[in-house]
Write a protein that binds this ligand. Structure first.
Ligand SMILES: [Zn+2]
Length: 239
């Protein structure tokens, strides 16, 4: 991935991006368990405290295993495609059992029931990391909106909106990585006039595996993530 140095102010320096405590270590966003080897170079890194660094790992393992089991339609190790997830489930039979216990067989299909709190913990960690890294902003409060689900469950119009680039109306945090990556281009409007637009595009961390877009615009912070081109997440904070 392209490494961009932010030159916004130092408010975020020395603070855990997840809880606001003193930063003692650094953390990859996204965590490597959500990616495949070989890992992309220059993965985004944020500062965090030891408690947050350790505290999320069991929920992250659960999340990575849950989405892979749903993708494979099974909790049996032999059916799981990704080596990393097979290893995790082999090493942690209790985790495999826990996912299996939250399923139901119906008309020959398996229905998986997610553990909402664990999923929410992981999603909030990821979006806080992307917000800090891309937008040079920190949010420690709960967002006003959080959605997580299969992209296929979105109505067609919403799917297009969700996946589209963002046309930036106002300039966000000067010097943040996001602001340095904005693309100015010219479009022709319906009256045939040229108009300049500023485009905030998705960041592809790993193709078909993980992408995100972080938006600071119109009084809102919006972060969207796509996992495996299968699952979507959107989080919105009012500013
Ligand atoms: Zn922390």
């Amino acid at each position: 991935m392209l490494q961009i140095r932010p030159f916004s102010d130092n408010r975020l320096r020395g603070r855990c991006v997840y809880c606001g405590g003193s930063a003692e270590t650094r953390d990859h966003v996204p965590s490597k368990c959500l990616l495949d080897k070989p890992y992309p170079e220059n993965l985004p890194v944020v500062e965090c405290c030891d408690i947050c660094n350790q505290g999320f790992s069991s929920d992250e393992q659960y999340f990575a295993c849950f989405i892979e089991c749903v993708k494979s339609g099974s909790t049996n190790i032999v059916d799981i495609e990704r080596d990393l997830i097979r290893d995790m489930l082999e090493k942690s039979p209790s985790l495999r059992k826990r996912i299996e216990n939250n399923t139901e067989k119906k008309d020959g299909n398996i229905i998986f029931y997610p553990e909402d709190e664990r999923i929410k913990n992981v999603l909030l960690k990821l979006v806080k990391g992307h917000t800090a890294y891309e937008l040079s902003l920190s949010r420690f409060d709960d967002p006003q909106f959080l959605w997580f689900g299969l992209l296929s469950s979105l109505p067609d119009g919403n799917k297009i909106d969700f996946n589209s680039v963002h046309f930036q109306q106002n300039v966000g945090e000067i010097g943040s990585r996001s602001m340095q990556q904005l693309l100015v281009t010219t479009l022709i409007n319906h009256n045939g006039e040229n108009i300049n637009v500023i485009i905030n595009d998705w960041v592809d961390v790993q193709e078909n595996k993980y992408r995100y877009i972080a938006i600071d615009d119109m009084g809102k912070i919006i972060v969207r993530i796509v996992f495996d081109e299968l699952w979507g997440c959107e989080v919105v904070w009012e500013k």
